[in-house]
Structure formats: structure tokens, C-alpha cells
Design a protein around this ligand. Sequence first.
Ligand SMILES: [Cu+2]
Length: 293
Amino acid sequence: MGVFRIEEADRPHLLRLLIIWVVLSIVGILAALQIHYPPYDQSVQGQDQSRTLALLTILALPVFIGVVIMVLYSAIYFRRTTTELIDGPPMLGNTPVQIAWIAISAALVLFLAVVGIVTLASSNVAQAVNAPGRAIGQSGGQTGSGTAGGAGPELQVQVVAQQWYFTYRYADYGGVETTHLYLPVDRPVELHVTSLDIIHSFWAYQLGVKADANPGVDNIFHVTPQKTGSFQVRCAELCGLWHGHMADSEGQVVSQSEFDTWIAQQQKDYEVISKAVPSYAPFYFPEPLLKAG
Ligand SMILES: [Cu+2]
């Protein structure tokens, strides 16, 4: 039963490889646990993404280390010693090794599939809506009733991309449109990402949100900021000459009371402009499309 038996001469090699693999894997995993994975923890969703990256890194490390030490070990200990070119002993497969690699790969892949399915089944899944006539949110609507203060239902924030900046409309506050993105901490937010002209991409890096902004589409993302402070906002889709200009804006996560003060100020500041901008809608169409009906 040659195939099932490990040759006597191979045992020291196998033992040595095993020890090196276990030690390096433990060191690698301990090092990987020290890393702070982007997009960090400013939002619940961002923290989930960081955890997923950590999990994938920890699972992949022993596999990666196993392959690398096998290659290096073979290059050192099983290299050709003579200048003469001769074939090595024929190998006709190794059943235990084959069973092990298929079982381990299958276990890893199936485990990650379960993790993925559970994540997808959670409530944080994004959706895109472009059915005409859909009212936005439950509490919002075209004019909004203004549920100021308190951690109520999801705060509706519309992200409007256009060449070459983002503006934000707060459905719950009369659809007021501002040039800054403020979000209250610890309150679930429903982001409605859309565009006025061409395709952009709204990327709030530290919040873990990257959403396509398409004209005529209401792209919905859920995010719950959990730490106050600023976050970067940039466009992640090449959108014309001044695309780079869409990289230097910042959003703020603030306390609910600061948010209330800020939004009241915005409603005051933009009162006149609010009358001039189109009324709040789930999405908008660029001029040529409007003309084409
Ligand atoms: Cu853009």
C-alpha cells in the first residue's frame, strides 16, 4: 500500500514542514489581528466590512503560508545536486494529500458561502429603484413632515451627483438641498443616491458606502454612523473634465442635537434657493431625456 504510506525518509521533512507551517501560521494570524482593516469603524456597515476583510485574511494566511513554505522548502532541500539531467521518481498521485486538499478547500469555501448568504440576508442590502411614481421612504415623501429630533425611523438623505459636485436633500426636512452632508450619530440612515446628468459614484469611504449614482435611478443604501467626526466623500467614477474636483469634500457625523441645529440653519439659509430648485423626487432625469419624454 505504497500510496497510503509516508516513506520513512520523508518523515523528518514532513515533521519539519508541519512545525514551520504551524509556527508561521500562528505568528501570521496574530500579526493579521493587529491590522486595522479599512474602512474602519465609523459606521456599523463599515465595521462589518472590516471584520469580513479580517476574516478572509485570517483564513487565507495558513493556505498562503503553506504554499510558500512548500515552494521554498523544495527549492532548498530537493534541488538537483548534479549537473546531470535526470528524471525524479515517478509520482502517481497521493490519496491522503488529495483528500486533504479537496476537503480543506471545500470546507473553507462552504464556510465563506454561509457567511456571505447570512450577510446578504441581513437588512443592510442595497436596492436600486427606478420604477416611476414610487414615493420615497415611509416618513418622507415629496414635501416631508419634519420629524426633527430624537432617534426616529431611518433618516432619508438623498445624494444628488452632478458635474462636478454632490448635493444632499433631506426628505424629512422639506427636501432642503445643501452642499454639505451631515448625519446624526447612532441613527440609521437611508441614502438615496441618484444623478442629475451622467454616471457618478458616491463614495463615503469611512462609512463603507460606495454607490453608483445614475440618472433616473434611486439607488438605496443603508448606513448607521456610530462615531462622530468627519469622513471623506468623493466621486469614484470618471465623470468628465473636473472629476477630480469631486474628491475634496467632507461629510460630518454629529450628535442628534448638533444635527437638529444644523438642519434648521440649512432650512433658513436655503429657503430662497429651495423655491428655485425642482421639487423633491425619488430621482431626476437630465434635460435631454426630459425633452425626449
Ligand atoms: Cu462624478
